[in-house]
Design a protein. Structure first.
Length: 202
C-alpha cells in the first residue's frame, strides 16, 4: 500500500531544503532598490538652490537642485541669434543664390539649429529633476558649492545635460521604495533546488 503521508513529508522536506538554499544564497547579496538615480550637473556652475533633503519623497518632475543659469541663458540667446541669422541667409540663398549656395546655407542653418537645441538642453539641465517616484537617499551638495562637468562621471552624456554618476560623486541620489532587487548566481548543480515563484523573506 502506497504511503501518501510519507510522500507529503518528503515533499515538505524538499520544499524546506529549497527554501533554505534560496535564503542562504540571498543572504549573501544586498538588496538594491529597483530604480536608482545618481544625479550630477554636467555644466559647471555655482549651486544656487537645493530643494530637497534626505528622506524627502519626490515624483517625476520634482526639482531637486539648481545651479546659476546666467551664462547658460546667455548661450541660448547667442545661439538663437545665430540661428536667426543663418535662417535669413538660407532664405536669401533660396531667393537668388546658386544651388551650391543654397546647399551651403541650408547646412549652416542646420548646424546653428543644433547648437541652439544643445544650448536649450544645457539650460534645462541647470535644474536637476527626478524622473521617478522615490525617496531622496543622499544630498552631497549645498548652496554656494561649485559643481558640474569637472566632477566627471557622465556615461555617454553630452555636455550640458544632467547625467548619472557613481554614487561617490553624485550630487543627489534618489531611490525607489517598496520594490527591491537581489541578484545572485546559482551553479548548475544547484538549479534543482530553486523554482520560479519561490518566496523568501530577507
Amino acid at each position: 500500500m502506497h504511503d501518501q503521508a510519507s510522500d507529503r513529508g518528503h515533499d515538505l522536506r524538499a520544499v524546506d531544503q529549497r527554501q533554505t538554499f534560496l535564503l542562504a544564497q540571498l543572504e549573501r547579496c544586498p538588496a538594491e532598490p529597483a530604480q536608482r538615480l545618481d544625479l550630477t550637473f554636467a555644466s559647471a556652475g555655482e549651486v544656487t538652490a537645493v530643494h530637497v533633503a534626505v528622506g524627502d519623497k519626490v515624483s517625476p518632475g520634482t526639482a531637486l537642485a539648481s545651479i546659476d543659469s546666467t551664462e547658460l541663458q546667455a548661450d541660448v540667446d547667442a545661439a538663437a541669434a545665430d540661428a536667426d541669422a543663418a535662417y535669413d541667409d538660407y532664405t536669401d540663398a533660396k531667393s537668388s543664390g546658386t544651388t551650391a549656395q543654397i546647399t551651403a546655407a541650408r547646412s549652416a542653418y542646420t548646424v546653428k539649429q543644433k547648437a541652439l537645441a544643445d544650448a536649450k538642453e544645457a539650460l534645462a539641465a541647470a535644474t536637476l529633476t527626478s524622473t521617478i517616484d522615490g525617496t531622496v537617499a543622499a544630498v552631497n551638495i549645498a548652496v554656494g558649492d561649485t559643481t558640474g562637468s569637472s566632477q566627471g562621471g557622465a556615461s555617454g552624456g553630452a555636455a550640458g545635460t544632467a547625467t548619472t554618476t557613481a554614487s561617490s560623486s553624485a550630487a543627489i541620489v534618489v531611490i525607489s521604495t517598496g520594490t527591491y532587487v537581489v541578484e545572485t548566481s546559482v551553479g548548475s548543480a544547484d538549479r534543482a533546488l530553486i523554482a520560479k515563484g519561490m518566496q523568501a523573506e530577507i
